[in-house]
Design a protein around this ligand. Structure first.
Ligand SMILES: NC(=O)c1ccc[n+]([C@@H]2O[C@H](COP(=O)([O-])OP(=O)(O)OC[C@H]3O[C@@H](n4cnc5c(N)ncnc54)[C@H](O)[C@@H]3O)[C@@H](O)[C@H]2O)c1
Length: 382
């Protein structure tokens, strides 16, 4: 069995996602486990070149993982030793970097959103299609064990006719005053590509489209609840990007999704995100790893009686749904699929064009919030 070296230019590894999810938990972990096994038994060994602006940060990461690094963008993107370009840095640079990588004949893999505007996202997807390079976008939520379990219930027909979906996502993001914030400050500045609508709608598009039914329309109210925050250097700045989004979506088949995303809420649910599907034959609710069901026959008949304290413990009326299965880190699982797609003719559903749909929903939600109106998505795709 042969071992193939896959040179990957990795941009953005000094950031949260690039370092923790993509370099450490995916690429370095895959290498430590002997690479990615292909259909014919051959192995692919990823060989990253870490690319970024800050030589000292790159050197420290390179010392940890044993990877080469460079601050020379032209040389890295033009390198014939590296067939794949990966980007998990600021969204604002993404379309330009992807376009340069396409021009250099590289395959692409990148974080969401594909770009900070629909026009840019469409342009880069079209460039990749014209060039015939293989391209993928991270859709990590689909690889969460909780959502894998919900997807299994959907395909089993557990829900009967699906009526509605509720997604409740969020937690408190500290302002950064006095103690560091728990998210990067660019998330709260419009000019840096921040805002929860852009951030989260890119996820909710693929989650709902793939798990439940295609999204047709959105109405969304964005809010900037906290208008003053402190950055990584402790400096106060005006937080002008939306930090909460209250959305309703219409899906095919008359299905309604209520989707709340907030960085200004405190968690009083069983997980940082919960996903509930209600159907005629049953309902299920999932967190990141777990899933619980309540079928029609098990559905209690609650009695509304404000004169007595509630005796029912509603959460106890649900049954854990735990099919056998092992669930590797979702980012790593998607990397493995993408690497197999580069070598084997395995289908790859998470294309750049699919990523463009996330940007389409984000722009539609922003437009809805601005105009205080329902906005339809393009039925033919963006
Ligand atoms: N899939 C997910 O769940 C998920 C979660 C969070 C963020 N993201 C996406 O990942 C990307 C990075 O987000 P993050 O939370 O890791 O942010 P971060 O601030 O931790 O990292 C940003 C990275 O971009 C680099 N960068 C910023 N400006 C640059 C410039 N001018 N030139 C070169 N490099 C520059 C930084 O050095 C850093 O490496 C964003 O596109 C974001 O939308 C995805």
């Amino acid at each position: 069995m042969a071992t193939h070296r896959l040179g990957i230019v990795m941009h953005g590894v000094t950031g949260r996602m690039g370092l923790n999810q993509h370099l450490r938990r995916s690429i370095a972990a895959l290498r430590a486990d002997g690479g990615v096994v292909l259909g014919n038994g051959d192995r692919v060994m990823p060989d990253p070149l870490l690319l970024g602006r800050d030589e000292s940060k790159l050197a420290a990461i390179g010392a940890e993982t044993g990877d080469a690094y460079t601050t020379d963008y032209d040389a890295a993107i033009g390198s014939s030793e590296h067939a794949l370009f990966f980007d998990a840095a600021t969204t604002l640079m993404r379309p330009d970097l992807l376009a340069r990588a396409i021009a250099a004949g590289k395959h692409l893999y990148c974080e969401k959103p594909v770009a900070a505007s629909l026009a840019d996202a469409r342009m880069v997807a079209a460039q990749a299609e014209r060039a015939g390079v293989k391209a993928g976008v991270v859709m990590d939520k689909l690889f969460l064990p909780g959502l894998i379990k919900l997807a299994a219930l959907v395909s089993e027909g557990f829900f009967g006719r699906i009526l509605s979906v509720r997604i409740d996502f969020g937690y408190w993001v500290f302002t950064g005053e006095g103690a560091p914030s728990n998210r990067p400050s660019w998330n709260y500045r419009k000019r840096d590509g921040g805002g929860i609508i852009f951030d989260m709608m890119a996820h909710w598009r693929y989650v709902l489209d793939r798990l439940v039914a295609p999204i047709r329309s959105v109405v969304c109210l964005g809010a900037t609840h906290v208008q003053e925050r402190w950055d990584e250097a402790g400096a106060r700045y005006a937080a002008d990007a939306d930090d909460a989004a209250y959305a309703l979506l219409q899906l095919d088949g008359g299905i309604v999704a209520q989707v709340n995303s907030s960085w200004c809420t405190r968690v009083n649910r069983d997980d940082l995100a919960i996903f509930q599907i209600d159907g005629t034959e049953g309902s299920a609710v999932a967190g990141l790893t777990w899933c619980r069901t309540q079928s029609l026959v098990d559905t209690p008949r609650p009695v509304w009686n404000p004169d007595e304290p509630q005796a029912a413990v509603f959460r106890d009326q649900w049954t854990p749904y735990d099919p056998d299965g092992t669930y590797p880190n979702g980012f790593r699982a998607q990397w493995e699929q993408f690497i197999r797609h580069l070598y084997d003719a395995v289908p790859w559903p998470y294309t750049l064009r699919e990523g463009v749909k996330g940007v389409e929903l984000a722009e539609a939600a922003l437009e809805s919030s601005r105009r205080r109106a329902w906005v339809d998505l393009d039925r033919n795709g963006p």
